[in-house]
Each structure stands twice: as structure tokens, then as C-alpha cells.
Design a binder for this molecule. Structure first.
Ligand SMILES: CC(C)(COP(=O)(O)OP(=O)(O)OC[C@H]1O[C@@H](n2cnc3c(N)ncnc32)[C@H](O)[C@@H]1OP(=O)(O)O)[C@@H](O)C(=O)NCCC(=O)NCCS
Length: 204
């Protein structure tokens, strides 16, 4: 049973506060973790567990491996898009059929994780002006940018810097401040749950 459910139309989410061990990995995935430190294995395994639970919501068998692409992105089964995120104490995944969403990005951050010293790196001059040193608001923006990045990468294969992406004051839109391939219509969402900010970006 997922500990949190954002209820996004046509998408399936699964979140857990638990940590899984390598036993949650399928053999093809376990091979990828040979050089990982123990904490990274647990994060990777918990993310794969959440992803398989989200896939189960789409009617896809639990034995489906989710390998890693050359941009470190998770590789979903044919016809599926999804995303994985882990933060201290909460891991989650979102999955949907590509006929419903072209791509999905999910991010989780601990509230206030973005400290004051990081604001000039994460926020553009415009964002710095209206955020006025509020680290909770800055963490929202950081998280939305991460969710947006994960959503856009499978579509464009492009890297984006924090200074190349800007949110509006309502946190409802993101604009890219450089020449960039079109990514179509976008929906952003967020919830606060148990000391975490959970954000998502959906391309239709
Ligand atoms: C990929 C990235 C966004 C991950 O964010 P994070 O907050 O550090 O970590 P999270 O736990 O939330 O997410 C990690 C998961 O993102 C997914 N991911 C990694 N690279 C990805 C990519 N290129 N595209 C989509 N998803 C990706 C993976 O599933 C990964 O977990 P896994 O390795 O266990 O499978 C970050 O590490 C990164 O590379 N950032 C550089 C680009 C950026 O942030 N630009 C500024 C915003 S526009």
C-alpha cells in the first residue's frame, strides 16, 4: 500500500517510506549495482520497487526489469513513460501509458533542503527577486526544475542548467531561457507530504 497518493489522472504512483535491499532488484538490474555503495544500492532498489508497483497499476507484471539509459534515465517497458525519485525517508515513482502522457518527471525533496547559500546557483535573478531568501519556496522551485529536467530528457536528450530554466510566481509554468526543442503542452503539480515536497511535470 502506497503511503502517499497524488491522484494524477491516468498515471499510477507508488511511494514508500521504507528502504529495500538488493533483493528487490531483478538480476539484470542487480548487475548494474556492482560498483555502488550500500546506500546507493538501497536507493536504487527502493526506486525500482516503487516503479514496479506503479507499473502494476498499469497491469504490467512485477517481473519487468527497468534498466538504465546512457543519460542515467530509467528505461521503461514499451509504450510506458515514468519517473523515479528518492529523498531522505521517502521514495516514489510515477508511471503512465505514453498514449496518455508523452513523458513524466517526478521529484521529491525534504522541505528546506535547498540552503540559503545555494539560492544563487538554483534560482535565476528573476526568481531570486521574488523568493526573497525563502528556502522552502526555493526548494519548491529546485524540485520543479528537477522534475521538469527528468520529464524533458527522454524527449530531447538535452542537458539543462538551473539558470536556463525559470518558474513563474504561481509555480504553474516553467520557461526555458535558451533555444530548445519544443516539448508540447506541460502540466506541473506539487504536494507537501510529511516534511517533503513532491513535484511532477507531465507532457501531453
Ligand atoms: C537526474 C537528476 C535530475 C536527479 O535528481 P536528484 O534530485 O539528484 O535525485 P532523485 O532521487 O530525485 O532522482 C534520481 C533518479 O532520476 C532518474 N534519472 C536520472 N537521470 C535521468 C535523466 N537524464 N532523465 C530522466 N530521469 C533521470 C533516475 O531514475 C534516478 O534514480 P535511479 O538512478 O535510482 O534510477 C540530477 O541528478 C541531475 O543530473 N541533474 C542535472 C540536471 C539538472 O538538474 N538541471 C537543472 C534543472 S533543469
Amino acid at each position: 500500500m502506497s503511503c502517499f497518493s497524488p491522484e494524477i489522472a491516468s498515471a499510477h504512483a507508488f511511494f514508500t517510506e521504507d528502504s529495500m535491499g538488493s533483493g528487490a532488484l531483478l538480476p539484470q538490474e542487480a548487475e548494474l549495482t556492482a560498483s555502488f555503495a550500500k546506500k546507493r544500492v538501497m536507493d536504487f532498489a527502493t526506486g525500482r520497487y516503487c516503479a514496479r508497483m506503479a507499473l502494476r497499476g498499469l497491469g504490467i507484471s512485477e517481473a519487468t526489469p527497468i534498466p538504465v539509459g546512457d543519460g542515467r534515465e530509467p528505461c521503461w517497458p514499451e509504450g510506458v513513460t515514468g519517473s523515479i525519485s528518492h529523498a531522505d525517508g521517502l521514495t516514489g515513482s510515477l508511471a503512465a501509458w505514453k498514449r496518455d502522457y508523452r513523458s513524466i518527471g517526478l521529484d521529491i525533496e525534504r522541505l528546506g533542503a535547498v540552503e540559503e547559500a545555494l539560492l544563487p546557483l538554483v534560482l535565476t535573478p528573476y526568481e531570486l527577486e521574488w523568493v526573497r531568501g525563502d528556502t522552502v519556496l526555493a526548494t519548491f522551485i529546485f524540485s520543479l526544475k528537477e522534475a521538469f529536467y527528468k520529464m524533458q530528457f527522454p524527449l530531447t536528450r538535452q542537458f539543462l542548467d538551473f539558470q536556463e530554466v525559470e518558474t513563474d510566481r504561481e509555480l504553474s509554468q516553467i520557461r526555458i531561457l535558451k533555444a530548445f526543442p519544443g516539448i508540447g503542452t506541460l502540466t506541473l503539480g506539487h504536494r507537501v507530504w510529511q516534511g517533503h515536497i513532491i513535484t511532477w511535470a507531465l507532457a501531453v
